[in-house]
Design a protein around this ligand. Structure first.
Ligand SMILES: [Fe+2]
Length: 169
């Protein structure tokens, strides 16, 4: 992939969600890209892609019908079609889910999930008894339609996002 094309796509597709990110992980983010005004922003460093071709993209799964104000279960995962390694050296550190209500500029953080076991062991890397894979569910209630946004962080490959439109009935 041409890095200039990729960067241009990044700038045009990530400007909306930059403000609401998990700032606590900023210090571990790798390359910081610039936005269209030349500023180094976290939003400009988040990549999007087709999850069927790129293993880092978080996949949001929802019920087909969401009733305003009623609970539903959201599932989000990384590696749905192409598994991510999830080893001691290379793992998904966290996923955050945000909601941007229709007609509002503010983003609400809905949930954050941290994955903390990657096969670590005193006997060596990947010899530990447990791995926490990045596949989680949480119960939500939305009072109105909008956009759900998931952002994931890989310790090697940085920040990735996806978004789905939610229409409540
Ligand atoms: Fe990765």
């Amino acid at each position: 992939m041409d890095s200039k094309i990729s960067r241009r796509e990044l700038l045009t597709k990530t400007s909306v969600v930059g403000a609401g990110l998990a700032l606590g992980s900023l210090s571990t983010a790798s390359a910081i890209a610039s936005d269209s005004e030349g500023r180094n922003t976290i939003g400009a460093s988040i990549r999007r892609a087709d999850f069927k071709k790129e293993k880092h993209v978080p996949v949001i799964e929802l019920p087909s019908r969401i009733v305003a104000g009623q609970p539903f279960d959201l599932t989000v995962s990384v590696g749905k079609d192409i598994p991510h390694p999830n080893t001691t050296e290379h793992f998904i550190n966290w996923i955050c889910v945000y909601f941007k209500a229709a007609g509002e500029s503010r983003v609400t953080e809905l949930a954050k999930f941290e994955f903390t076991a990657h096969g670590e062991s005193p006997m060596g890397t990947n010899k530990g008894p447990a791995h926490s894979d990045p596949h989680v569910s949480a119960r939500m209630r939305l009072k109105k339609s909008g956009t759900l946004i998931a952002v994931s962080y890989c310790n090697i490959h940085g920040l990735w996002e996806s978004a789905v439109t939610v229409t409540t009935v």
